[in-house]
Write a protein that binds this ligand. Structure first.
Ligand SMILES: Nc1ncnc2c1ncn2[C@@H]1O[C@H](COP(=O)(O)OP(=O)(O)O)[C@@H](O)[C@H]1O
Ligand SMILES: [Mg+2]
Length: 236
């Protein structure tokens, strides 16, 4: 079942001599439970693409369909404010630097997105506990981010991204700041989310060693997307 479809997505920054075409006519379809990798050199448009998919950034042109609903079409937002709500309720974003709130504990950081969608009290506490256990970080629940290792911080931020039961998880170079061991563990967690939770997961990475077991790998080059057929998917 298709969860995300983008058609002709284009993003231009600036104008005239300063114009940068960051994304050029991108087409992409991602289904439930699919694990998708986006590779590309620095400046190729990877972050811009994730920000446009989640509509944190407004595309210049194209169409974004999320869970069967057109949420953006080239002449403007479809649904306006609902889009922000949709993002809060259905999309999880994991940043390169974990972006945890420094004065909140791991538990409180995961609790926050739940309170934003009105889940409170015992139900919220139980959900947070489950998520931290799922990310194998429950023993660090009461630690502030600064007292956690990079890998632990990233696992808390995955737990936070999952709190709203996101149908779509977007991760921007989630392992870039980690050593190989910790990076692999974080990647394993993302794989598990796709397999067990049936969320669609799109991971930006420029570490080719990290993409083993992914369903699809795409390359971004100067804002253009190229499909790469993985050896194991040839027989599908
Ligand atoms: N806010 C912005 N204003 C102007 N140019 C931008 C902005 N954000 C990104 N760009 C440009 O768009 C291109 C793609 O950037 P980005 O998506 O960050 O690449 P990547 O994540 O692959 O390194 C780059 O040329 C970058 O300089
Ligand atoms: Mg980037």
């Amino acid at each position: 079942m298709e969860i995300l479809r983008i058609e002709g997505l284009t993003k231009v920054f600036g104008s005239g001599r300063l114009e940068v075409r960051a994304l050029q006519d991108i087409n992409l379809s991602v289904s439930k439970g699919e694990l998708v990798a986006l590779l590309g050199p620095s400046g190729s448009g990877k972050t811009t693409l994730l920000l446009c998919i989640s509509l944190i950034l407004e595309p210049t042109a194209g169409k974004v369909v999320f869970d069967g609903q057109t949420i953006f079409q080239k002449d403007g937002w479809e649904g306006g404010a609902d889009m922000r709500r949709l993002r809060r309720e259905k999309v999880g974003f994991i940043f390169q630097s974990h972006n945890l709130i420094p004065f909140l504990t791991a538990r409180q950081n995961v609790l926050l997105p739940l309170s934003l969608i009105g889940i409170k009290g015992k139900e919220a506490e139980t959900r947070v506990k489950e998520l931290l256990e799922y990310m194998e970080i429950a023993d660090r629940a009461d630690y502030l981010p600064a007292l956690l290792s990079g890998g632990e911080q990233q696992r808390v931020s995955i737990a936070r991204a999952l709190a709203n039961n996101a149908r779509l998880i977007l991760a921007d170079e989630p392992t870039a700041a980690l050593d190989t061991g910790r990076g692999t563990k974080v990647m394993d967690m993302l794989k598990r989310i796709a397999r067990e939770n049936q969320s669609a997961v799109i991971v930006v990475t420029h570490d080719e060693r990290m993409i083993e077991g992914f369903d699809h790998v795409y390359h971004l080059k100067d804002g253009c997307l190229e499909r790469n057929v993985m050896p194991e998917s040839v027989n599908e």
